[in-house]
Structure formats: C-alpha cells, structure tokens
Write a protein that binds this ligand. Sequence first.
Ligand code: AMP
Ligand code: GLY
Length: 427
Amino acid sequence: MKVLVVGSGGREHALVWKLAQSPAVTEIYCAPGNAGIANHAYCVPIPADDIEGLVDFARQADIQLTVVGPEGPLVAGVVDAFEAAGLRIFGPRREAALLEGSKVWAKEFMAKEGIPTARHTVVDNLEDARRYLEREGAPVVIKADGLAAGKGVVIAEDEGEALRAIEEMLGGRLGPAGRRLVLEEKLEGEEVSAMALCDGENLLPLVPSQDHKRLLDGDRGPNTGGMGAYAPVPFYDEAAAAEVMETVLRPAVRAMAAAGRPYTGVLYAGLMLTARGPRVLEFNCRLGDPEAQAVLMLLESDLVEVILAALEGRLDRVEVKWHPGAAACVVLAAPGYPGEYLRGEALKGLEDVPPGVEVFHAGTALKEGRLVTAGGRVLGVTARGETLEDALKKAYDAAEIIDFPGKHYRRDIGRRAYKLFPLGQSK
Ligand code: AMP
Ligand code: GLY
C-alpha cells in the first residue's frame, strides 16, 4: 500500500516512522516533510495547506491511504476534498473538525451536550468584554475563536492584562481568528491529553499523555506548542479514564453522529483534572504534538491496521497492543522560540545517539548537504523505558549528546508525574 502523510513536524515524523514499520506499506510519502522524515519517506514539496496540490499528487501517485497530521488542512476541508476525489484519507471532515476550528462552536456544543468545561461567555466587542470582566473579575482566560497557531490563548491574571489582550485580538492581531472571543474561568489542576481514534461511532482510547506547554522549567515563561511529553500519566488512572470516556469522549462522538457530522479521526480532549472532576479545556481534531511522539513509541500494534479499522467502522472489533513501560519526548528548541528564532544553525551529534532512542525532527532542513535548524522546535528526542525514569534518562542522555548553537530544552519533563507519584512509584 502506498501511504501519504501530510505535515512537516515532529508529530508527522513519528507518524511516518510508525507507519513505515507496517508490512502493509510498500511506499511512504510525506508532504512536505522535513530532513528527518526524508530518512523514512519520499518528501514531496507540497505545502500541507495546498489541498488541491495534495489531491492531485495522491491521484497521480496512486496513494491508497493518506494520514493528516496538522489541524490546518483538516479545518480547511482536506478530507472532504479527498473523499470527493474517491481517495481514502484518515481525519475528520471540515464540519467535524469545527470542534477545533471554532472554539465558540466547541463551547456551544459542550454546553448543549452537558460536557464538563469551564464557564464561559462569547464576545465580539469591547463593551461586552468589559461587562464580563466587571462581573467575573480576574483571573480570566481569553481565547480567539479560530485557529491561531498556539497564540490564541491568554491567561490574564488581572483585568488590565485581560483588557489589553482582548483589545489586541478584537483589533485584528490574529486576523479573522480573533473576531469573536471566548472568555472563560481559569481552572486549576493537572492537564492531561486524552486522545482516541474514532470511526464515527466507536472510540479507541490511546495511552494518556501529558504535554509541557510552557517554555521554562517549573511551568514558567510563555506558552509554546509543547516542550515535551510523556505517557502514560500515572495519576490519570483507569477510573479517571473511564469517567472521561463516559462524560466527554463518548457523548461528544454520539452527539456529532446525531447532528449528522460523524467524527472520524483522532479526537483529542485537552483536560484539566480539577478538584471537581475533569473539565475540557479544548478539543483538537488530530494527534497532539509532542504527545504523538511519546504515544506512538508505546504503540506495539500496526498503525495501518488500526487506521483501516477506523475507516471501515470497526474500531469496536480491534485490539490494540501497547508496549509496557513508559515513553518520554524532550523537545530541543532554537534560541528565541516561541518568538523570532534563529535558524540555519548546524546540528551535531545525531549519529552518536544510541539505538532505541528516536530523534523525531520538528524543524530541520538540509543546506548544502548539512543538517541545519529550520524551525522553533527543532527535534523531539524520544525514548521508551521500563519505567518513566528509565525513558526520561535515555531521552535526556541523548538530548545532551545532540548540539546546536543556543539549544534550549526543559530539564523537568515528566516531573509532574513524580510530584503526585513520588519517584520510583510511577508505572
Ligand atoms: P487551549 O488551546 O484551549 O488548550 O489552551 C492552551 C493552554 O492554555 C492549555 O493547554 C492550558 O494550559 C491553558 N488553558 C486553556 N484554558 C484554560 C482554563 N480555562 N484554565 C486554565 N488554563 C487554561
Ligand atoms: N501539544 C498540544 C497540541 O498539540 O495541541
């Protein structure tokens, strides 16, 4: 089977790495891919948002399965376009991807379906926003309605900061994505990424994971796309997973089907585990990045088989096998990230990384035959171990071997697991 992966980050590298191991796969392509992905797949220079270009390529190259990594093309309707051309593709259609594509829509959906989430209001002008702030006070969380590449959420600790963020977003800093805003209560607790494959009706949960959104150790500094992840999450036990399945994931999939927008693809619930129970912070319509890097390393089953089961509506009849132990991904970022960052710096030491550690490329390129940095997040150093400590030690040892000027990474990935589960007790 000829397979195409759409995207160019660390998540897509992990997808290509995993899919390429399937005996069913004869050739694998990635559009547009990156320098690391090129080690496993033919990279074709089609941007992930060039839907027409992707359809043309898939038709000409006789691609039998396309897997989409990022949310942009899903929200823009890549699945609809492939289906219209008679091509098999894994991901939600445009109207199902709205769960991520419009935060206003997602909040209204959750309210209607009784899915637990933060209390909120929707505003499209400053007067209404001011009234909400007068009534509710700070802290308050401000979210742009549309996709904003990780820049659409501000957690404001006081009203001045809140007003500034609201003015900027309504003023057009994020373009049309900021025309309407969700204002919501700030929740406290631990965050967990609960992802599941869906076939329109049935759900197959993936191992739970935890991202590390802030740039600096101790969860300080600005929000990023994610500085590291680990899986599974020791404090998110079977009871918590069952509760989230019954109160969040299953009702969401059932309601989407009932509304005539069946959800096929990966459904990702970003959760806050609060003292009053789990609350949804956001839905995403795809795998998390860097959560996918850790989760896919734990997946023992053939990912192609699982995806085909999802596309054929038989996820209730597949058994998925997971490797025992844990996996961890440590992101190496370029200096300046998540702001303007340096690129074009030479990468060293990758060939010295021991076998068993996967270095997933997020932002790399080849310049005159040399591997150089080409993104804010550069690499995701990922390892599996018998325990989380093991996995982290392997990932961190490799992270130290690899070098590029200004390399930045967090030293405390996985620490939150120990905060609640003292060292040595984590599974
Ligand atoms: P989102 O894109 O909605 O997941 O928001 C990005 C990040 O902002 C989340 O991963 C949380 O760390 C944080 N966040 C979002 N909503 C809330 C909230 N209601 N309370 C506290 N933190 C939040
Ligand atoms: N790591 C968070 C996300 O993929 O949205």
